[in-house]
Ligand binder design. Sequence first.
Ligand SMILES: N[C@@H](CCC(=O)N[C@@H](CS)C(=O)NCC(=O)O)C(=O)O
Length: 287
Amino acid sequence: MSSEQKNYHLQCTGEALETVKQHEAPQDITLFGSCFCPFVQRVWVALEYLDIPYKYYEVDPYKKPADLLEVSPKGLVPGLKLHKYTPARGLNESTVILEYLEDIAANTTKRSLLPTDPYARALVRLQCDHIARSLVPAFYRFLQAQDESAQIEYGQEFRSGLEALAALFERADRDIVQGGGAAGVGEQKALGAGLGLWLEGGDLSLSDVMIGPWIFRASNVLKHYRGFELPTGDKFGAWITRLFAHPAFRVTCSTEELYLDSYERYAQNRPNTSQVANAINAGKPLP
Ligand SMILES: N[C@@H](CCC(=O)N[C@@H](CS)C(=O)NCC(=O)O)C(=O)O
């Protein structure tokens, strides 16, 4: 039945496609991206939020074109090509790229995805650490699991990971905002700056950007292939609504069909799906 198999897409759709069209002109930074990739979406949301000029360039990372390998040695997206250097330089690894963009913005647009207080910054980084080490691998274990018992086990693992993230968000709220001795709503808002969309009235944080793409794929791909429902508690639901509606996030989202088609390979755990899928199957850390 291979003719009926769905494959990954090679062009964005919906709002993401409109954004691509607005970013076709040369800039100092070119983002090498793939429309379905959540690691790319992280970087893309950050570029939008931090208001850094960029050109979007779609590549097929499974074909490993030479221009991608020049900027990203393992041939993984995202990659950045930095044209302000002669010859141009490259940068890869979504988390490293996020830090780089944060540094660029500090000197240019003055926008930031982090709070200013060192302890508050550390709490956001704890959230990011949990996302990278636990939550993202759990997503793939769950999606790639084929037997029912493994799907139940890894579904629970992913759900507990989300609950642990919510607990880390709550801790930042308690320690920084509630414990900050704010006299009124204005001061509370100032203390909460950089702590993310978990807080009512908050704005995007590094951790929202780090996990947002997988929350989005949980809402469509995991729902479709694994019957998964995201936690519905008041705060959790409000956070997701704010995340999906955030302009910097929304404009990087394609339509649901693109994700369902592109992730069928993972859901069926087809051989040679990707380096990420192989690492999950081998019980190794993600590339
Ligand atoms: N650790 C990398 C992971 C990036 C990654 O795995 N990207 C996937 C697309 S979602 C890719 O390029 N896959 C190509 C392959 O598996 O060969 C990052 O954070 O940037």
